[in-house]
Design a protein around this ligand. Structure first.
Ligand SMILES: [Zn+2]
Length: 437
């Protein structure tokens, strides 16, 4: 199974910005892209009696935590999950300081932190949010353009830190991007008036992951119908001067870094499900596949029914109803198995797919041989009887129930046509492949 594109591109991006490997904890990486975290899985979880909004569409690159600290404060169980949208340089600085610093703090490099340009003065807090959608707003999370060295595809990448926060240290306040006045609900799960958390207790926010939202870059992403009017924004502290001087040499090739001020805002806010456009075609494909499977199942069911109803009604060749019964039963079992494999495959893109793929590989080989053999056997029983069969004299030896015989006959012909079609399509595809080189 190929590695998820989001994980691969995220890793390439982190390499390109010299993300400190000493703090990486790959074992706890987790991708919430549509493939790795399918739509049917839950959107929220209850963590420490609070709603943890799963960062759908994002990929976590885990950061090692201070285990003594986590055990002592029972952080995993008792602290809340939250997000902090930021730039990659600030994220790196937070990582190196092992915490989010407050305005007026002095970094380990001697730089006094100031509140960023355009953000409200005098608010000396660390700001976080329980909503990934809110953290992902462009005021907070920077967007980078990144060209993958692997396939030269350009991606947009957003940066958010994933943190744990001590519940009793949080001051909860409404969003500060004017969404309420404009009648916009930012997050599906957290009300607008509870979107911002702030604290002055510096060590009560601890980082455990860097989240990247990796999207293929398309020009139309830029067209934007809606822009927030920012009235108050106090979240970010400027770390950039420190980290820029920290970077020894620009990585080759440096990511084309731009803050795209409006990119994807409208997507996240106007539709309750981010990445909706991405998800729909997949779901349709799945539904179509399932419907096709259900329709295809009608055939073996009818064969089974015919075989059973007329099991004694074909003296000319008693094996015809038996042939139908066995064909129906095996066909039904095959579709059942296919259905289960499809469900497993849809459920997760991790190891299960390999299991599903392996099972389906072995079993489908056996089944193809069975059906081919059974088709030939059926032909031997059905076709020679064609010239002698009659449908009226029940007691005669050349009688066969009309529907049974004709249905079996048709079924055999249909299978030969299908095989012919598959061979033709294969031939055409092979020819096309040759022509296109
Ligand atoms: Zn993924």
């Amino acid at each position: 199974m190929a590695e998820c594109e989001h994980i691969r591109v995220g890793r390439e991006f982190l390499e390109s910005v010299s993300w400190p490997s000493a703090f990486r904890q790959e074992a706890h990486d987790r991708c919430y892209c549509e493939r790795c975290y399918p739509p049917h899985l839950r959107d929220t979880m209850d963590v420490a009696n609070y709603t943890y909004v799963i960062p759908r569409g994002w990929t976590r690159f885990a950061i090692s935590v201070d285990e003594g600290f986590f055990n002592h404060h029972n952080v995993w169980d008792k602290w809340l999950n939250c997000y902090h949208g930021t730039s990659i340089d600030s994220a790196k600085s937070c990582l190196e300081h092992r915490q989010l610093l407050l305005p007026n703090d002095t970094t380990m490099h001697g730089k006094k932190l100031e509140i960023r340009e355009g953000h409200i003065k005098g608010e000396h807090y660390v700001f976080t949010t329980p909503s990934i959608t809110y953290a992902a707003l462009d005021y907070y999370a920077h967007t980078y353009h990144f060209q993958s060295p692997y396939n030269s595809q350009i991606y947009t990448i957003k940066v958010v830190l994933q943190c744990k926060q001590k519940p009793d240290s949080i001051i909860v306040q409404p969003e500060t991007v004017d969404a309420r006045r404009q009648g916009i609900k930012i997050c599906r799960y957290i009300p607008n008036d509870k979107l911002e958390w702030k604290t002055q207790h510096r060590s009560t926010v601890t980082i455990y992951g860097l989240l990247l939202e990796v999207k293929q870059y398309h020009v139309h992403n830029h067209s934007n119908s809606f822009q927030y009017q920012q009235i108050r924004n106090t979240q970010n502290v400027s770390y950039e001067p420190v980290t820029i001087s920290q970077t020894p040499s620009p990585p080759p090739p440096p990511p084309f870094k731009t803050k795209v001020s409006t990119l994807s805002n409208s997507e996240n806010i106007s539709s309750p499900t981010p990445e909706k456009t991405h998800r729909e075609p997949m779901s349709k494909k799945r539904i179509a596949l399932l419907i096709l499977l259900v329709i295809a199942t009608i055939l073996p069911i009818s064969a089974l029914i015919f075989g059973q109803i007329y099991k004694n009604d074909c003296p000319i060749q008693p094996w015809i109803p038996r042939w139908m019964t066995i064909f129906g039963a095996v066909g039904l079992a095959t579709f059942g198995l296919l259905f289960i494999i499809l469900l497993i495959t849809f459920k997760s893109c991790s190891d299960d797919i390999n299991i599903g793929g392996c099972i389906s590989g072995c079993v489908s080989c056996l089944l193809v041989f069975f059906f081919l053999g059974w088709l030939i056997t059926g032909s031997v029983w059905v076709f020679p009887a064609k010239s002698k069969v009659q449908y009226n004299q029940y007691n005669d030896t050349n009688y066969c129930q009309e529907n049974l015989y004709k249905f079996t006959f048709g079924l055999l012909l249909a299978q030969y046509s299908l095989i012919g079609l598959v061979i033709c399509c294969g031939g055409i595809l092979a020819l096309l492949g040759l022509c296109l080189g």
